[in-house]
Design a protein around this ligand. Structure first.
Ligand code: NAD
Length: 328
């Protein structure tokens, strides 16, 4: 039976991944290591807290002795923990470098020492920078434009260097924009949904022409799981296949879903730096690992809106219960 250490598992994507992982029959133990920053919430793990194979450890990926002791007890590592919000990265560059680069190195160092059988480093299509035309394959040059993306690109490279230098079986995944239940409402979809639910205006940056590929979080997690099981060490895998939409088009869909009109939109100046378009080629995932996204945007958005309607009241999340079993 496999034992897996998941960093950042109390966050948005990590918590969905842990749920998927524990549905598999060959998993003996899953441990989440999470510092519970503003973005982490043990309520995200409510669905697995009673599973005897699950343990939650509150701690920082920069804590080398803790990381060492946890990595030592696991066969595989899936690394989601990160500072993940572009806007915050404009004012907190040092924190982003510390968590995303030095924190990744702490994990890799322990993984190499203890000889883990697979290390999946979870990254983003933002490392490719703006793609005006065409789609980026995994061989596309890295041209990140914002501190968040630059910190992720740096962590991708350090992760891959552990494969080249030490033979650590590292894979890197780069997915497009995820959406779904349980995302902290600073990112576009949950921010707009929670504001509209409260009757507030939503801010549309610039002309709203920035294009992103919107991928349901469960599809990304299924892709990460395929890479964990079958990914070739040293390889990078783009995970895409969601729906391409400009911010204006997405805003229209969210307004419709919440029964609001364009008068609920406030035009604001564009972000300090805002890439015009991201677009990835995910043929390698499909051809080599059999990946196929399953979730349709219309259903996924309805589910997401319903989740925030049920769980966010008056601008804050309804707390449901205490911390998961094994918490410390
Ligand atoms: P999130 O912000 O929801 O979750 C991050 C989690 O990491 C939180 O639970 C937080 O408490 C934890 N964390 C932060 N710093 C930590 C530290 N120093 N030690 C331990 N835990 C720490 O992020 P997310 O959206 O779930 O993203 C997860 C990963 O996926 C990130 O690496 C991100 O770069 C990547 N990614 C996200 C998206 C997206 O659309 N959200 C797309 C592509 C890639």
């Amino acid at each position: 039976m496999r034992t897996v250490l998941v960093t950042g598992g109390a966050g948005f994507i990590g918590s969905h991944f842990v749920e998927q992982l524990l549905r598999a029959g060959d998993i003996g133990a899953v441990t989440v290591l999470d510092a519970l920053t503003y973005a982490g919430d043990t309520n995200n793990l409510a669905g697995v807290r009673h599973d005897a194979r699950f343990t939650f450890v509150e701690g920082n990926i920069l804590d080398a002795p803790l990381v060492d002791s946890l990595v030592a007890g696991h066969d595989e590592v899936v690394h989601f923990a990160a500072e993940s919000h572009v806007d915050r990265s404009f004012s907190q560059v040092a924190e982003f470098l510390s968590t995303n680069v030095a924190g990744t190195n702490t994990l890799l160092d322990a993984a190499q020492r203890h000889g883990v059988s697979k290390f999946v480093h979870v990254s983003t299509d933002e490392v490719y920078g703006p793609i005006r035309t065409g789609v980026a394959t995994e061989k596309w040059p890295l041209r990140p434009t914002v501190p968040y993306a630059a910190s992720k690109a740096a962590s991708d490279l350090i992760a891959l260097s552990y494969y080249q230098t030490f033979g650590l079986p590292v894979c890197v995944t780069r997915s497009s924009n995820n959406y779904g239940p349980r995302q902290f409402p600073e990112k576009l979809i949950p921010a707009f949904v929670t504001k509209l639910l409260q009757g507030e205006l939503v801010p549309l940056h610039g002309d709203g022409g920035h294009v992103r590929n919107w991928l349901h979080v469960e599809d990304n997690c299924a892709g990460v799981d395929l890479v964990l099981r079958q990914g070739v060490p040293g390889e990078i895998y783009n995970i895409g296949g969601g729906t391409d939409l400009s911010t204006r088009e997405l805003t229209g869909l969210l307004l419709e879903a919440l029964g609001a009109g364009w008068e609920s939109v406030r035009n604001v100046p564009d972000r300090r730096s805002n890439d015009i378009r991201y677009a990835i080629d995910w043929t390698k995932m499909a051809d080599e690992l059999g990946y196929q996204p399953r979730r349709q945007l219309a259903d996924g958005l309805s589910e997401t809106v319903a989740w925030y309607t049920d769980h966010w009241v008056g601008g804050s999340r309804q707390r449901q219960s205490a911390s998961p079993s094994g918490a410390r």
